[in-house]
Design a protein around this ligand. Structure first.
Ligand SMILES: Nc1ncnc2c1ncn2[C@@H]1O[C@H](COP(=O)(O)OP(=O)(O)OP(=O)(O)O)[C@@H](O)[C@H]1O
Length: 321
């Protein structure tokens, strides 16, 4: 098993007792790609990352990361990857620069190279002006940016990000992604991330939906949405029940009523609305047209929305991250 892949996975499996956390996973990620795992809590995303980063031993199957086998060449894999965990592992009492220097020492980077890398990475994540502040004074977004910088210190070929923007406010999420896009523009690096945020998956070149330990479907965000196809049209009318029946009779489209009005799906929703309003015998007050989302894709393939699938938080066991 080899070839021009940043990550290549064959039949990877992890079982805890009788529980199958990851089931026969196959995937390939090309160098330079940003690849995302989208799935609800407990889908097996962190377990997969744990195996690919050599922190967890697979129960079966194999994988190569950055050109090395995760079981037989774990040290080489570790040298080739950067890893940013869900929870912060920075030392709050050290400054930003000291945190990076500490990591550089761990990797045994020569002094001059470390100094140059630290200065460039602080610039990349726009923290140069705060390099001498203790990390405990940083906001959540600044910490995450510093962790990303730390994950890049030894110039890894593959950067693993476990839920890179979880716990951050929407504005900070946008800023983290601006930094990741900038990173990709400046360096040939593969990014492998997990997320249960739909909007985060939109940033990926390719993504997979993971549910109950299995890879359900894989593709580009646009390609996956195109499979689901239809736009969602929601109408507010004088009489939603009558309007729903009229939509079915007149246009042969399935329509449901709900608290937000009459809902139907059709290709080219925007083009269809004028005809719909003109030919429907029920007065329409408001119309919204929404193109398919990744949640629609999730629903299409799993029968649940990602929020339903997320359910109550699962208990976490043992030293997982
Ligand atoms: N050490 C462990 N022992 C037993 N079961 C575990 C262990 N670690 C994870 N699991 C179980 O394996 C399944 C997959 O967990 P995993 O953390 O990989 O999911 P996830 O998709 O990353 O979810 P989250 O977003 O909540 O982290 C879950 O059912 C979880 O409870």
């Amino acid at each position: 098993m080899s070839g021009p892949h940043a990550v290549l996975v064959e039949g990877l499996r992890k079982t805890y007792g009788t529980h199958e956390a990851v089931v026969d996973l196959d995937l390939a990620v090309a160098p330079g790609e940003t690849y995302g795992f989208l799935g609800p809590n407990g889908a097996g995303k962190s377990t997969t990352i744990g195996m690919l980063c050599t922190l967890l031993r697979p129960s079966a199957g194999r994988a190569e990361v950055a050109g090395h086998d995760i079981t037989r060449e774990a040290d080489a894999v570790r040298r080739g990857i950067g890893l940013v965990f869900q929870e912060s592992t920075l030392d709050g009492e050290l400054t930003a620069e000291e945190n990076l220097r500490f990591q550089a020492d761990l990797f045994g980077l020569p002094r001059a190279r470390a100094r140059r890398a630290i200065s460039e990475l602080l610039d990349l994540v726009e923290l140069t002006h705060r390099k001498d502040s203790p990390v405990r004074t940083f906001s959540g977004g600044m910490r995450r940016r510093l962790e990303i910088a730390r994950g890049l210190l030894h110039t890894p070929r593959v950067l693993f990000l476990d839920e890179p923007t979880t716990g951050l406010d929407p504005q900070t999420r946008v800023s983290i992604w601006e930094h990741l896009h900038r990173l990709r523009a400046e360096q040939e690096i593969t990014i492998f991330l997990t997320t249960h945020h739909l909007e985060e998956a939109e940033h990926c070149d390719r993504m997979a939906i993971m549910d109950q330990g299995q890879l359900v479907v894989e593709g580009t965000p646009a390609g996956l949405k195109a499979v689901v196809g239809a736009d969602l049209v929601v109408l507010r009318t004088d009489d939603d029940e009558r309007a729903a029946l009229a939509v079915q009779d007149r246009f042969g489209l399935k329509a449901d009523t709900g608290p937000d009005g009459v809902r139907l799906r059709t290709q080219d929703g925007a083009g269809f609305v004028p005809r719909l309003c003109a030919e429907l015998a029920v007065p329409v007050h408001a119309v919204t047209v929404t193109p398919p989302t990744l949640d629609d894709v999730f629903l299409h393939y799993t029968g649940r929305t990602i929020r339903e699938a997320d359910g109550p938080q699962q208990p976490h066991f043992g030293p997982r991250r």
